[in-house]
Write a protein that binds this ligand. Structure first.
Ligand code: CA
Length: 514
């Protein structure tokens, strides 16, 4: 099926932009907290925004993000193709789906095969090769932990078993010349980091605040954090509002106070939430971390403005995946196609170039790398390996023609075979699915690669995904969605395409081929 085409006439804005060719390359700040769901943005309940979505926002305090939204293009349907920490990070960094980024599963010591392909041409490699100073601050979680602790060579960076955290040596930093990062570690008020030189820091303060301080230092550049006069690309990867979210050890008390006295009927506005789940008290702490992220993001933006860098800096606010938070009766916050897990914030501000609006374009995580490079004028430097689309013409509305996506591919992998020591080899492609303009569909298989389940939701008429449409009783709809899925699987050269898994399923094959 042909992609829809996007073509708009040159607008006054675009003409103004064309007259500004002498402008130096824009800086880019890409902020992505972990597990921050799109529904936890307060502005979705404001008049301008509420009409663009069919659901209610969480009762969160996000004043800085609300103000930022008013200056940004706000994508209502940005989707994390593989809504899990490490696979998303592989997609964002490399512009490739998990099978080619190398990160098919969450990275940890028992999954040695799931690690960022050292040969992948990453977004930061391209920016660095084109004169950018690149900085990475916060959670990386894109590498198998190795025994390369810089303070204790031949050992992991901690003695947890199995090991999750990791140190990234300079040769694996993909063009990032400023480094202040760690693998994965979930103690929000006692974080640690390894800097550019491999020195460990234990600041004993709220990680979001601490990382924002480092980001502000990077902006100020008083100690050579970046190359003076060169454009910069800064990735800022906060861990909150990631779990744990169980006590005041996990968030700032001032933020918790905003939610402390709210009952479940106020905290949980989604009718698909089951507040009898053991996780229910977590919402207060989760929302507290949402507010903590909001405050620090606001502080970063204020500093950007104070330094006079605002005009020529593209700022993105997004997340690796969402958080189900008792919706759909699951305790698993992520790695599912439910909208709370799959749909992420995506706000992008580029003063005078990207017009403020709510935009319903279906954005895949895999589109981010080519789009960001093109927005920086590096369209010709998008690597051949990139698997997504350059959607810069859509964001800029600059009259260039580009195919706009009709669907987003969803991927869920599980561990493959395990040996006697628990070492996982390969991955099992447990489910694939799509999000289209109107529908969400997931097909899951069992370990014999036989059909396990089909879920189809009508997101227009059932935005909380409470009624699974029977595929047996709606075969025409199902066949149409399978056609779209098949096309996306082929486009991604996914294992479901290469092994013909979809077509081998004991579904109504005759109908599927009609
Ligand atoms: Ca994550």
């Amino acid at each position: 099926m042909d992609s829809k085409r996007y073509l708009i006439p040159l607008s006054g804005l675009a003409l103004a932009a064309c007259g500004n060719v002498a402008q130096e390359k824009p800086n880019i700040i890409y902020v992505f907290p972990d597990q921050f769901r799109n529904q936890s943005l307060g502005f979705w309940n404001e008049e301008e925004y509420s009409g663009a979505v069919k659901w209610q926002a969480d009762p969160v305090h996000t004043p800085n993000l609300n103000a930022f939204a008013d200056e940004a293009a706000v994508l209502s349907r940005a989707m994390s193709n593989c809504p899990l920490s490490s696979p998303y990070r592989g997609i964002f960094l490399s512009g490739m789906y998990p099978e080619r980024s190398g990160i098919t599963l969450n990275c940890m010591a028992l999954r040695p095969e799931s690690t960022l392909n050292p040969d992948a041409v990453c977004i930061s490699d391209v920016f660095a090769a084109n004169g950018y100073s690149c900085g990475y601050i916060g959670k990386l979680h894109a590498e198998t932990p190795m025994k390369n602790d810089p303070a204790n060579p031949g050992h992991y960076v901690s003695d947890r078993d199995p090991e999750w955290d990791a140190y990234t040596p300079p040769e694996r930093r993909h063009g990032f010349s400023y480094w202040y990062s760690y693998g994965t570690f979930d103690v929000h008020k006692d974080p640690h980091y390894w800097d550019t030189e491999g020195v460990r820091h234990d600041p004993h303060e709220y990680s979001v605040k601490h990382e924002t301080d480092r980001a502000i230092e990077f902006l100020k550049n008083e100690n050579g954090e970046r190359k003076e006069g060169a454009p910069f690309f800064l990735a800022l990867a906060y861990n909150p509002p990631h779990s744990p979210y169980e006590s005041l050890d996990d968030c700032m008390e001032e933020d918790y106070a905003l939610y402390r006295d709210m009952g479940y009927s106020e905290l949980y506005v989604r009718p698909n939430a089951d507040t009898t789940l053991s996780k229910a008290p977590s919402a207060r702490y989760y929302f507290a971390n949402v507010t903590g992220v909001d405050r620090e993001f606001g502080r970063l933006l204020a500093e950007l403005e104070r330094l006079g860098l605002e005009k020529n800096t593209i700022v993105v606010f997004t997340s690796d995946h969402g958080e189900t938070m008792c919706s759909q009766g699951t305790l698993d916050p992520k790695n599912s196609i439910y909208t709370e897990s799959f749909n992420v914030p995506f706000l992008i501000r580029y003063p005078d170039r990207i017009r403020h609006r709510v935009d319903s374009t279906l954005l895949s995580a895999v589109d981010i790398m080519p789009t960001m490079l093109a927005l920086a004028g590096l369209e010709k430097a998008i690597p051949e390996s990139a698997e997504g689309r350059n959607l810069a013409p859509v964001l800029l509305e600059n009259g260039e023609e580009c195919g706009i996506p009709e669907a987003v591919l969803y991927i869920r992998n599980m561990d493959g075979e395990k040996d006697a020591d628990g070492i996982v080899s390969g991955f099992f492609p447990a489910a694939r699915g799509i999000k289209t303009d109107r529908y969400t569909m997931e097909i899951a298989i069992d370990r014999d690669k036989e059909l396990q389940s089909v879920m189809i939701f009508d997101d227009w008429n059932d935005p909380y995904q409470m009624r699974n449409i029977s595929y047996q009783e709606n075969q025409e709809l199902f066949a149409g969605l399978c056609d779209v899925l098949r096309e996306k699987l082929e486009e991604a050269d996914d294992i479901w395409y290469r092994e013909g898994i979809l077509d081998k399923l004991s579904l109504n094959m005759a109908l599927l081929k009609k």
